[in-house]
Design a protein around this ligand. Sequence first.
Ligand code: C5P
Length: 220
Amino acid sequence: TGVTVVAVDGPAGSGKSSVSKQSARELGFGYLDTGAAYRALAWMLLDRGLDAANPEVVIASLADFGFSIGTDPDNYFVKVDSDEITEAIREPWVTSEVRLVARVAEVRAHLSNLFRSIILGIDKPGIVVEGRDITTVVAPDATARILLTASEEARMGRRSLELVDQSAAVVGEQLRSRDRADSRVVDFMNAADGVTTVDSTELDFDQTVSAVVRVVRLAV
Ligand code: C5P
């Protein structure tokens, strides 16, 4: 297809979601938050009282995972069947369990296929897709491939600002522990061949968006 695919990977707290969404707006592209699908699956298992720690239960649940997501950066929503869970999937009880579904190979294959069909069906000239394995697994042949990084201090600082009711130490430990667990499944800390690193440690939000948009414009 003639769709421009922009793949963005990076660790938790790198500003990936907000930067990807704003870059999509500026480019006139769609936006796909793949982490939301992993979160939504974890939410569904927990909501139904199913054992997310049991891979067989997780795999069986894929058959009735009625997931839908808004790919318009100005109309973002996440649903499972008719439940709107856009906010609920950000809650700590979901964030701490999502690794249980993300580690299952069948889940990754199933969701990666879903992401590829969403990319193919996009009704815009392009789509910004963000996650952990987009540059390497979901869309290795993307038009532009970006690893968005920031120092651990910067990432912890940004996340603490979002989670005002938690101490910096707790936020830092959760972030490190999630990155450690995720890193065992996919390597999103090192740029694969042909992937451009954008380090946002010294950049503000607008500068980071500009850097991403510049990488895309150079690639098309
Ligand atoms: O990006 P976000 O923090 O919302 O992702 C939530 C979780 O989903 C990650 O911690 C990771 O376990 C999983 N994930 C993944 N592969 C992706 C996107 C997210 O394994 N492409």
